[in-house]
Design a protein around this ligand. Structure first.
Ligand code: HEM
Length: 380
């Protein structure tokens, strides 16, 4: 068999094919999808943690937050190769001359600053946050949140400006548009390699939630069965500085704000009716793991304290200071039969790092809201 040297691809023809409008359009389409998924799931996480008056996050389905936030982080990681590949493909255009051809073209180019800057910032800050490395002094969720709005605004302008080019380029990909050149092998190989890298990064993090993927997940920062009592921990009793207060024999749970004030020792709590629920800890960082919890139903304590219908509850920790030392349980979550003040985990007394002597665990709540080392409930 003889090679047809006339048709053999040269480095220049391969580069021309890979760096063309069609490659840019496919990558843009994929990034549009992944960034929209990240934006929707991230916004949801923001609303759950900082709910405006019109928003009440329901307690069911119990595992919904673990899916939405797991999707957020996995999709974010999958976006990294897509964005880097897209920048590599289009960057010669950034230096095309003249830099501005009209007012509209100038505005479109200006929108690239927040689009590229915001996209890179979101992916980098998200990655470092998940790695628990904070080489900055700003508050990550707030900076990440506002960067998301700015980036999505710039993305909308960019999509509007490039819609006609994208349609034409994808038409060319199906061979229906004039100007479809080459057999597309180089482009397909390049896009395939980018997709495979995105897939690897996604699998590399999905093992933080999906048990059977865990052995394949080189980058998962927590794994479903690693930690005391086979459950991962982010905040330890030592870092929360509750080592002695949590073990104080004079411990009491105070319930106030209802018609009766309660002050209950651990024995008082153990004597009350106990319930069991299988519920996940679903971390804002994307990992999650299920366990069997046993304790007193929050709604039983609220009834005992004479709580008015529709009240919400602030659950306070022994932890001194820190952003997550208290959490709010809305009226729907407070009445859910599986919202517990847990004394046990998988049939054993709670480990200190899991919140001994008492922790909140409820369905469909972010991990940061499953308050540990609980000592006070304030009914509002
Ligand atoms: C590698 C990529 C990414 C990772 C690892 C990541 C990770 C995270 C994490 C861990 C949080 C929870 C923060 C907390 O509550 O403490 C979060 C929230 C959020 N993310 Fe991302 N993210 C990534 C990319 C993106 C992208 C591309 C967007 C938007 C296009 C986005 C939008 C948001 C929003 C709006 C929030 C809510 C912030 C808040 O609670 O105020 N993220 N992200």
């Amino acid at each position: 068999m003889t090679a047809d040297r006339g048709n053999a691809p040269t480095p220049a023809s391969v580069e021309a094919q890979v760096r063309d409008e069609r490659t840019a359009a496919w990558l843009g389409l994929a990034l549009g999808v992944t960034f929209s998924v990240c934006f929707a799931t991230g916004l949801l996480s923001h609303l759950i943690q900082d709910p405006p008056g019109w928003f009440t996050w329901p307690p069911r389905p119990a595992g919904l937050y673990r899916i939405t936030q797991g999707t957020h982080v996995v999709t974010g990681f999958a976006s990294i190769p897509l964005l880097l590949a897209k920048l590599w493909v289009v960057h010669p255009k950034l230096f095309a001359w003249p830099p501005v051809r009209s007012v509209a073209h100038g505005l479109e180019r200006l929108a690239l600053v927040p689009l590229v800057g915001g996209g890179l910032f979101l992916l980098l800050s998200g990655t470092l946050n998940v790695a628990r490395w904070y080489p900055w002094s700003f508050f990550f969720p707030r900076a990440h949140y506002w960067a998301a709005w700015i980036t999505l605004g710039a993305l909308a302008i960019h999509v509007g400006a490039k819609a006609a080019t994208t349609r034409r380029a994808l038409g060319a990909a199906r061979g229906t548009a004039p100007g479809a050149e080459g057999d597309g092998r180089a482009r397909r190989a390049f896009l395939g390699a980018v997709a495979a890298t995105s897939g690897l990064l996604a699998v590399g993090h999905a093992g933080g939630t999906v048990g059977w993927l865990s052995p394949l997940s080189a980058f998962a920062q927590r794994r479903p069965h690693q930690g005391p009592q086979d459950l991962p921990v982010n905040k330890t009793a030592r870092s929360a500085r509750v080592l002695s207060s949590a073990r104080d024999p004079g411990y009491r749970l105070v319930v106030e704000g209802g018609r009766r004030r309660l002050e209950l020792s651990l024995d008082d709590l153990r004597e009350r009716e106990q319930h069991e629920a299988e519920l996940p800890i679903a971390c804002v960082e994307g990992w999650s793991a299920s366990a069997r919890w046993r304790g007193v139903r929050l709604r039983d304590l609220l009834d005992e304290a004479g709580t008015p219908a529709g009240a919400e509850v602030e659950v306070q920790s022994l932890q001194q200071g820190g952003l997550y030392r208290a959490s709010l349980v809305n009226h729907r979550q407070a009445r859910d039969p599986d919202t517990l003040l847990a004394l046990q985990l998988d049939g054993e007394r709670l480990h200190l790092d899991h919140g001994y002597p008492l922790r909140l665990i409820g369905p469909n709540r972010p991990g940061v809201q499953q308050t540990k080392w609980v000592h006070r409930l304030v009914i509002r």
